[in-house]
Structure formats: structure tokens, C-alpha cells
Design a protein around this ligand. Structure first.
Ligand code: SAH
Ligand code: SF4
Ligand code: F3S
Length: 443
């Protein structure tokens, strides 16, 4: 029996790609093992978004280098593979497979090559119309399923490698997305998450010609699906139709992740984000004025080249104004072949760190304030599992907040008796900066 091990880094797109890769390997007669030592084929599905992420795969490859030979084969997949290409064979000569996400449809052929003893197998073409749709996806989470709706990215943000590592935008037909969603509902998945680097620029290539809002609304109508999430939205392409859809169907989760990156129009222009602070705030207004309260989360880069103290202050003010429910903050990281690399006025590392901490502190206070407002309310959660350490069930609200709770009638899972995968109501009794806590209430 041939065995494989896979470790995945990076975003949800990568996590879902790995689920498809795993399914393809199982279909090709491989079985999955939990440690590189036991595997004939060791795969790393890599991320290149920041320098630290990229370094991880090379340290992993170093770590297990001594296990090469003895018939063990190493493969690098994902964004570092696409970015570094054949240079990986030079840097880590025990690697035999280098393939980017736009080539995974050819994975079965690449496996045949590896099995035949070819030690320089590549899948690096980016000029593709293809999307990686496979019926063999092996999903890790039994309750929440990812569905890719669009691959690649046609934007050109000055700091970002993704357009180079994932290629041009390719949307799946609405028919194939709907078919997959219906199949998942039949299997018992109650929650689906539509994925793309920029879901808002989804454009159905079939004559039906659906846009993203239409696809989102239609997914919310599928019998058996009780929650629909989506990520990520680019503000430029984020239309009012999305807010209208969320307003009119509670199955569509009241949470939007809308990365702003900076609160300064100057910086946004230099980032080539294609919107101003005002454009962004208009979209925030749509959400604030919606009939359902929509949770808003974001990504911010601090210390982009040329970011002045005044620019940074605008980001702080934006955070105050929007009052995000959660925020991912990143220190700008220089990336190969991106325009920002050539910019002048790179910010010293210590200053990036300072800005990071100032913003983090500010946002923490906002989250404490916002979450405190939930105390006393009754929330429906989708239960994810049980935390042995805290002896609480872990649930997630429609707004994507973690709500840990106790259930006096079922203090812990016993035998087949578990709440995991169920929907239940919880009274919120406490709130922290990053999560809520409460007690299950029965109707
Ligand atoms: N497609 C998504 C983002 C994908 S990358 C979007 O456009 O929103 C996720 C986040 O990583 C980005 O939102 C950005 O905040 C951050 N990021 C990307 N490149 C970066 C870089 N060079 N340095 C620091 N953060 C970066
Ligand atoms: Fe990167 Fe910008 Fe594309 Fe997002 S929209 S993946 S940040 S280039
Ligand atoms: Fe990383 Fe590639 Fe995702 S660079 S964030 S794994 S698209």
C-alpha cells in the first residue's frame, strides 16, 4: 500500500485545496498517515503570503531531509511551489514534485510520473481556464464544508503575491456550484462556506450569467443548508446586492469579512487597492443600516512603505469608526516580484511592531465593548465540539463569534450523545475580547 502525509499552511483556499488533493490521492490508491516518518510521499501545501510563511516549508524540508532516499518522495504544492518553481529543486534537492494550485487537475498524471521514478516532476503552468473540481474531495470537518466558487485573482495589490501564485480569476459555473452544494446538503452538511480570493468578482461563465449576490442567495435557498458563509470580499467589487441578500434570508450569515488594509486613502492608492477610504465607508454604511445586525471583520497591513504617522492615525480612526468585531493585523512583509518591493521609504521593523501593538490594543478595547453588548442576548449556535480543558461546548454564532457554553443536562459528550453538529440556543452570560460564554437554553 502506498502512503502519504500532507501538511497544509496558509488560507482556507489552501486548506480546501488539500481536501481535494487528499481525495485525489485516496482515489489513486494511496492511504493517508499522520506522520512524515511513515509516509512514502510527503507533501507540503505551502503559503507565500508573508516571508515567515514561506520560510516554514523550507525549515520543514530541512527537518526531514535525512529521510529522503530510502524510497521516500517529497513534494511541494501551493503558493511557494508556484512562486519559486524549479528553483526549489536546487534549494532542496530531495524534492521531486513542485506543483501550483492551477495544476492540480493533473495530479493523477503527476503521481504516475513519480511512481515511474521521475525525480523532477512539475506542474507550474498558470495560463489556464481550469478550476480544480473533483468529486473525490475528502472534507475534514463533518459539519461545515468549503466550496470553491472562484480561483485566482485579477487584482494587483502592490504588496501581494497571490495573483502570481494562483493565476488569473476563473469562476465555476453556477450549475456546478449549486450541484456541489445540493450534494453536500444531502450528505448532511448544514453549513457551507463559499470560497475565493475575491468572491465578489464571481461571474458565472455559463449563459445564466449569475453574479455573486445571485449565487449567494440561491445557495441560501437549498433545502437542508442552514448557514452560508463566504470569504473573501474585495471592497471594490462588494455590491449592495450582497447586503440585500443577507437582509432577506437568515440562512445567510450576518457576517462580512471586508479587508480594508489601511484607513488612509494615500496608502490605499499606493497599495493599488482601487478604492478610497470614503468608498470603503459607504459599504460599511450599507451594512450598518441593514435590518439585521451584520458583524464586520477586516485585515489590516501596518507599516506599508511610506506609511506616515498621520496615515497610521487614519487607520486607528477608521477602526474606531467601524468598530470591527474582529481584525487580523499584519506587519508589511516584502514579497518577491511585487511592485511595493521597489517602493522607497520602507518602515523599520521596530516601528512596524510598535504600530502593530498600538492597533492591537485599540482593537482589543473595541472588541471588549462590542462583545459586552451581547451579554443577556439569546444566540443560536452551530456546535463545533467540546473543550475537555474548560469543560464547555464550543459553538459559533451566525456572526462568527465563538460562544462557549455549558449544558446542565449534557455536561459533556457521553457515548453517542453529543451536541456537535447541532444547532441550539444559548443565553450569553459573559463576554471577553475574543469570545462569549453562556448557558444552553431549551425552547
Ligand atoms: N484576497 C484577500 C486577501 C488574501 S491574503 C483580499 O484581497 O482581501 C490575506 C491578507 O494577508 C490580506 O488581506 C493582507 O492583509 C495580508 N497580506 C497580503 N500580502 C501581505 C504582505 N506582503 N505583507 C503583509 N500582509 C500581507
Ligand atoms: Fe492579493 Fe489583492 Fe488579490 Fe487579495 S485582492 S489576493 S490582497 S492581489
Ligand atoms: Fe497563502 Fe496562497 Fe492562501 S499565499 S494566503 S496560501 S492564496
Amino acid at each position: 500500500m502506498k502512503t502519504f502525509y500532507i501538511e497544509t499552511f496558509g488560507c482556507q483556499m489552501n486548506a480546501h485545496d488539500s481536501e481535494k488533493v487528499v481525495g485525489t490521492l485516496l482515489q489513486s490508491g494511496y492511504s493517508q498517515v499522520g506522520a512524515p516518518a511513515q509516509a512514502d510521499l510527503v507533501l507540503y501545501n505551502t503559503c507565500s503570503i508573508r516571508d515567515k510563511a514561506e520560510q516554514k516549508v523550507f525549515s520543514r524540508l530541512q527537518q526531514f531531509k535525512h529521510e529522503a532516499g530510502k524510497g521516500k518522495v517529497f513534494g511541494v504544492l501551493g503558493c511557494v511551489a508556484q512562486q519559486e518553481g524549479e528553483a526549489i529543486f536546487e534549494r532542496a534537492p530531495h524534492v521531486s514534485l513542485v506543483a501550483g494550485s492551477a495544476s492540480y487537475t493533473r495530479l493523477p498524471e503527476m503521481l504516475v510520473q513519480l511512481e515511474a521514478g521521475n525525480r523532477r516532476v512539475t506542474g507550474l503552468k498558470l495560463d489556464t481556464e481550469e478550476t480544480f473540481d473533483t468529486p473525490f474531495t475528502r472534507r475534514e470537518n463533518p459539519h461545515r464544508a468549503y466550496i470553491t466558487i472562484i480561483e485566482g485573482c485579477d487584482k494587483a495589490c502592490a504588496y501581494c503575491v497571490v495573483p502570481m501564485t494562483r493565476g488569473p480569476e476563473r469562476s465555476r459555473t453556477s450549475e456546478s456550484v449549486m450541484r456541489e452544494a445540493r450534494t453536500l446538503a444531502d450528505f448532511g452538511y448544514a453549513e457551507v462556506q463559499l470560497l475565493g480570493q475575491n468572491v465578489n468578482s464571481y461571474r458565472d461563465p455559463s449563459p445564466a450569467g449569475w453574479d455573486f449576490a445571485r449565487l449567494l442567495a440561491a445557495t441560501g435557498e437549498i433545502a437542508g443548508i442552514r448557514r452560508v458563509r463566504f470569504t473573501t470580499s474585495h471592497p471594490r467589487d462588494f455590491g449592495k446586492g450582497i447586503v440585500d441578500a443577507i437582509e432577506s434570508n437568515p440562512v445567510l450569515c450576518n457576517h462580512v469579512h471586508l479587508p480594508v488594509q489601511s484607513g488612509s486613502t494615500n496608502v490605499l492608492n499606493r497599495m493599488q487597492r482601487l478604492y478610497s477610504r470614503d468608498d470603503y465607508m459607504r459599504r460599511i454604511e450599507w451594512m450598518k443600516n441593514a435590518r439585521r445586525e451584520i458583524a464586520i471583520t477586516t485585515d489590516i497591513i501596518v507599516g506599508f512603505p511610506g506609511e506616515t504617522e498621520a496615515d497610521f492615525n487614519e487607520t486607528l480612526h477608521l477602526a474606531d469608526e467601524v468598530e470591527y468585531d474582529s481584525m487580523f493585523i499584519f506587519k508589511y512583509s516584502k514579497r518577491p516580484n511585487t511592485p511595493a518591493l521597489q517602493y522607497e521609504d520602507h518602515i523599520p521593523e521596530e516601528e512596524k511592531t510598535r504600530r502593530f501593538m498600538v492597533l492591537q490594543e485599540r482593537q482589543r478595547a473595541i472588541q471588549i465593548r462590542r462583545n459586552a453588548r451581547c451579554v443577556g442576548s439569546r444566540e443560536q449556535v452551530h456546535v463545533e465540539g467540546y473543550n475537555m480543558a474548560t469543560q464547555q461546548w464550543i459553538g459559533r454564532t451566525s456572526q462568527n463569534k465563538t460562544l462557549n457554553f455549558v449544558d446542565p443536562e449534557l455536561p459533556s459528550p457521553s457515548g453517542d450523545n453529543t451536541l456537535a453538529g447541532q444547532f441550539t440556543d444559548v443565553l450569553v452570560t459573559r463576554a471577553g475580547p475574543n469570545s462569549l460564554a453562556g448557558e444552553r437554553v431549551r425552547p
